[in-house]
Structures are given as C-alpha cells and as structure tokens.
Write a protein that binds this ligand. Sequence first.
Ligand code: SF4
Ligand code: SF4
Length: 408
Amino acid sequence: MSPYTPPPVVERLRAGDCPVVLFGAGDIGVMAHHVLTRLGVQVTCFADGRSSKQGTVLRGLEIRSPEQLADLPGTTHVFLCGNYLTTMSARMKELGFTHLHDCVDLLNGFDFSDADTGMDVVLMERKAALHKRETLKAREQAENSLVLKYLDVVVTEACSMKCQDCSNLMQYYTKPRHSDLDLLESAVDRIMESIDGIYEFRVLGGEPFVNPRVHRVIDKLTSYDGVDKVVVYTNATIVPRGANLQCLRNDKVVVDITDYGEHSKKLDELLQVLTDEGITHLTKIPVWTDSGRINFVERSADVLDDMFRNCCVNDILTLLNGKLYRCPFSANGTNLGAIPETSDDVVDLTGALSGTALREAIRRLYGRSTHLTACSFCNGRDYRTPRIKPAVQTRRPLLLPVLGQGCG
Ligand code: SF4
Ligand code: SF4
C-alpha cells in the first residue's frame, strides 16, 4: 500500500488563517476531525442539518445549524462529511461557501489504528472507502459508468432469531425458504457483466449461516475482480464450520456481527473462531429505528419523496429470489406479497435480461431520486424515525396486511 499523503489543501489550512467547518456530525465527520487534528489543522466547528444534533458538542466542538454558519467568511473551508454530497454541496453553496471539499483524499489510506473515535478500525476503513465510492458515484453519474456502492444478496428468508421489528421483515415469513442458488448465481453473473464494479456485496438473510450452502455464494462473490468487499452479516447464534468457515478466509471478507446480548448466544465462541482463523470481523451494538412494520399510510408524493431521499437504506440494492430492488424493505415486502410489484421498482432477473438492457434497467433503478411504491407502506428509516428497543422476540410470525386494503 502506498504511504498516506494528505490532500494539498491541508498545508494551507495548517496556517490557521481561515475557518474550517466539518459539515456532517456523523461518523465521517468524527473521522475527518480526527485526521485534521492529527495533521495539525484546527477545526472551527461542526455543522449539521439535523436539529437533534444542533446545539450539542462533538469532540469538544459546537455543532451548528447550517444557518448559524452565516457569520463565517466566504474564505471558510467546508469539508462535506457525509454521503449525500450533491445535497450537502448545494446547501453550502446557497450559503455562499465556495471552498468545498469531500473527504476522500483526507481519509483514504490514513492509518486509523490508534484513532480515538470510538469506532472499530475495520469499520472506519469501510466508511472511508464507502465515502470514496459515493463521491465517485456522483462523478460517474456525469460520465456514464456504473459502479454500485452496495448490493445485498439474500441467501435465505429464515432467521435463527424472531425479532418482531426486523427491518428486513423476517417476522412476517411463515414458511421461509433458502434462496435458489442457481438463480442467485445466474442473476449475479449477469449483473456483474452489465456494470463496471461494486464496492460491497452484503451477504445476509435472515441469518446467513442458517443456510448450510452459504459458502457457495460467498466463494462466488469473492471471485469477482470488480468487487472490493464481501460483508457477511450475522447475529452470532451460529458458529460456521467446514466449508462455511473456509469461505470466510479471504481478504475480501468481513464478518459483521451484531451483538444482541443474551440472544447472541454464540458470540464468544464465534469471536474466538474468527480470531483464531485470522478472519476480519467487527462487532457492533445495534441501534434500531421503528422501521419493521408493513403499514400503508396515505401520504403526498412530496412527503414520500422526502422520506425516500433521507432514507439511510435507499441505496442498498437488494437481490432477492432473482429480483433486484432498491431497498431491503421494498424487496421483502414485495417478496411477501404485501406490497404490489411495480415494474419501475424492480429489475426482474428471473428471465433472460442481460447486457445493455440490464445495464440501463439497473441504472434507472439505482439512479432514481423519487419514492418507491414501498415507501407508502414503510415508516421511513432516517434520523426522524423513532428509536425502539432492538431484538424484542415474537413467538409467532406477524400477520401480513392484506394487499389492496387501504391502498387506494
Ligand atoms: S433483525 Fe432479528 S430477525 Fe431480522 S435478520 Fe436480524 S436477527 Fe434475524
Ligand atoms: S421503503 Fe422507502 S423509506 Fe422505507 S426503507 Fe425503503 S427507501 Fe426507505
């Protein structure tokens, strides 16, 4: 790996004669603050559009609203610390700021091994890489290439837990099935032939290790040249063995473990096995929003578009049973038959769609900025959605709403 080189603007900012603002008080903002501080740049403040953050303090600095930046001079340098770069940059330009920077060169290749951010090093490296991918996506949209940030590959509808508020809607499946792997592989092959690359495949279910043949999928996904990472999401109830363990011994694989406390019964054993095998992994404590119910609500197109644009999973393309959807809620709600299937919202790979026609269909789905049919059935998934206690278990599957009732 080549040594880290700070972006040229850092040299100018070290002089301290112009204010520096980090717009975005989330993880990228925290990482950018760490790097700039290490590089000897004094940051003036954070700014954030979310009212819940405004007026609070992060890493010893005030978080201002964008409007509160008005008293700073036009020479202020603003780092856009988030993945909604088009919107963020438009907002700062409206306020008269012209020295705008994404964080790609600042974060990429930086050694976070002793960072004081409270985040796992692997997670920070992924976040930096995803920020880079998102920035490239904005540039590429102008240039016609097609690189996806994430693709969720669902290997099973079954889970070893029964969370009543699962945002992937596992609580509604009465007869969950494992995915047809021939169909899955054919669909992924055609997707990969039609696009220019993908940053991250995400292997999930339900619980992926419930599927005894998940290794076949993981081996397949890691084999593509145009893929940086294959992240396997698990709830730490099953310790993979045999081929399902062997497939994880790959530099592209990251095992992303959610620690559900008493429910993650095999957490210690899983951590030990992954550590012993040298398999990259990280553990996180979940924070949940109330996004796991299928419930049609009549809303205006403007409100739905706003929900969609702010949604934190609106760019997670999801492949489920041979069909490609724009988000996991749309995928599972439609797969369950609780949300009507709309041709604009899905790319159907159960037939022979391939080549240029498939590329254009994926581009349309990935590039759209207006709401999905599913958004009308969803409670939203953004900073405004109420938080709930994670992983409350249900004994029986929840009843599905009947399609057509209340759908207008
Ligand atoms: S949220 Fe719960 S039910 Fe849903 S996939 Fe994760 S562990 Fe399974
Ligand atoms: S249905 Fe709409 S609001 Fe709900 S998760 Fe998907 S994109 Fe987000």
